[in-house]
Ligand binder design. Structure first.
Ligand code: SAH
Length: 273
């Protein structure tokens, strides 16, 4: 069933085709694809996952960067299928030409190119029109970071940004042998379901992202010894008051802050502006 490529795959584009049917099905069936108006697939490659999606989705929009694959994809799929020939990212954000094609109810389902997986997931969930869910294959180590709880080494910006807007579940670990060619690392299938209630607690998403990024630059230092010292005099005393209001001890380190606490902090900082 899996189509092997006629072209030489390149590492630069993160080209590791998922060829094991069991895992392909787990990705395609990880979320309710049928209830979506469109499924966005980033990096269809030769179309092995696309084939399953085309069978269950109303419409598939596939975004592929490698022009050598266009002919094969267009020959293999005609119905309810659109190929966007280009890069999923533009200037670090989701390509606006792709965003313009997204309806209200859409999902991202893909074996993501690992070199852009992080930005694609975060940028998609921080669009004005975010996906209802994502079900994607990524490096196992990245999946662990996304799902991590506060306090550990793997907890960081990715955990905070994605858990603040979605329910995260790792569905399976995928061995290198499921791919062609096999990558050096283990992979995982992760599903993230948009949580509108939680996302609504973020008043200003840009300042929330900004704060999360700055906080974790000093993850090993206490708030007082790291992040707070980077602020100006007046801002610092007001933030200190805000920390007290939230019941956050300034001797804590950023990596111990819960997602809710970072959201609360961003709120206080936003109101200072
Ligand atoms: N989904 C396929 C292939 C996954 S490999 C499968 O499972 O078999 C990753 C794919 O993403 C490759 O086809 C690669 O060409 C494509 N790709 C890499 N970077 C991209 C980018 N920035 N935008 C769109 N596609 C990209």
């Amino acid at each position: 069933m899996s189509v092997r490529p006629h072209v030489k795959l390149t590492k630069r584009l993160g080209q590791h085709l998922l060829v094991d049917g069991t895992y392909l099905r787990k990705v395609a069936e990880g979320g309710d694809v049928g209830s979506m108006d469109l499924v966005l697939e980033v990096g269809p490659g030769t179309g092995n996952l696309t084939e399953l999606l085309a069978g269950s989705a109303k419409r598939v929009l596939a975004v592929e960067l490698d022009s050598r694959l266009y002919g094969g994809l267009k020959a293999r799929f005609t119905d309810r299928f659109e190929l966007f020939e280009g890069d999923i990212l533009a200037g670090g954000r989701i390509n606006p030409a792709v965003v313009a094609r997204l309806p209200a109810r859409w999902a991202l389902v893909a074996n993501l190119p690992y070199n852009v997986a992080g930005p694609v997931m975060v940028e998609a969930f921080y669009l004005a029109n975010p996906p209802k869910f994502m079900c994607v294959t990524i490096q196992r180590e990245v999946a662990k970071r996304i799902a991590a709880a506060p306090g550990g080494k793997t907890y960081g910006v990715l955990s905070v940004l994605l858990q603040a807007v979605a329910d995260v579940k790792i569905l399976a670990t995928v061995p290198p042998g499921a791919f062609l060619p096999p990558p050096k690392v283990e992979s995982a299938i992760i599903r993230m379901t948009w949580n509108a209630e939680r996302a609504a607690k973020i008043k200003d998403r840009e300042s929330f992202r900004d704060l999360a990024g700055r906080l974790f630059q000093h993850r090993r230092k206490t708030l007082r010894g790291g992040w707070l010292r980077m602020l100006g005099e007046t801002e610092r005393s007001r933030v200190a008051a805000g920390l007290e209001r939230l019941g956050i001890d300034p001797v804590r380190r950023p990596e111990t802050l819960t997602v809710e606490e970072v959201v609360g902090l961003a709120d206080i900082l936003g109101s200072l502006r």
